[in-house]
Ligand binder design. Sequence first.
Ligand SMILES: Cc1cc2nc3c(=O)[nH]c(=O)nc-3n(C[C@H](O)[C@H](O)[C@H](O)COP(=O)(O)O)c2cc1C
Length: 290
Amino acid sequence: MEKMYAACLTLAVAVSAGMPAQNVQASEELVGIQAALESQAEEAAEQNTEAQSDILIAYFTWAENAVIDETVDAVTSPSVTEPGNVGQLAGWVQEETGGDLFSIKVTDPYPADWDACLERANEERGNNARPELEENVSGLEQYETVFLGYPNWWYGVPMALLSFLEDNDLSGKDVYLFCSHGIGGLANSVEQIAEASPETVISDNIFDCYEEDASSSEDAIRSWASDLGYSRQKETESDVSTAEQRQISVQFGENTAVYILNDGSAADSLYEMLPLTVEVEDYSNNEKND
Ligand SMILES: Cc1cc2nc3c(=O)[nH]c(=O)nc-3n(C[C@H](O)[C@H](O)[C@H](O)COP(=O)(O)O)c2cc1C
């Protein structure tokens, strides 16, 4: 048994020193080694997935709520263009935070024509309407943080945003707002959101940008999310290095020793060959048994 221990150490030393492993033969005996390695990687991947799902990015954008009509004359009457400003901002927040995207969509889309859309949105505002939504967020309880994006419509939020807040309870969650608008800025939008969702913790650190600046706001909105503490980038880098760190456990009799493989072609070769059983031979004087 002790002789086996010496040989296993020799194997590990030989590998880290770039020497070929000698007298190695395949066996069922160490199947547990590889399984342990795979389950470690799976565990790390699962942890990443779980971490991502704490964050929701819900947004409303006209481009994803319009009937695109090819016959609209975009010169005399401007029409919706894709991607929507808020949709684009939401995509960058998603990339920065690793959260889940949810597009708020009405069942009855708005006209793609600017004037017609303004008219319907104004009617809805006058009627204090709650346009019906295609769907609600599934598994809402799993999100602790919500980034909520919207355009300014008629000095406030599109009424569909109020439908969203009433149908999807954000109570107790940390909510960060981002908004794209014309010259009207945020107008009454924040007050409307707070009123529709009184138990929600709405941060006063709000990202907003003028409509013509939306397409060049990637850096600005990523920095905003990152400064709030929601950048996934650094976390992911350290998770990957942990996940990629390769450990092997060497069993000798009833004893087990765990080694971390270094980077190198010899270590790669050994890793590929697992599971292994090694036969014992003295390697050198300092590795000799007793
Ligand atoms: C129906 C409608 C109403 C709007 N009302 C306002 C407004 O009152 N004030 C303002 O600053 N911008 C207003 N806008 C401009 C939008 O807020 C702006 O273009 C925004 O960037 C659009 O984002 P989106 O492309 O994601 O929908 C309005 C746009 C639409 C379509």
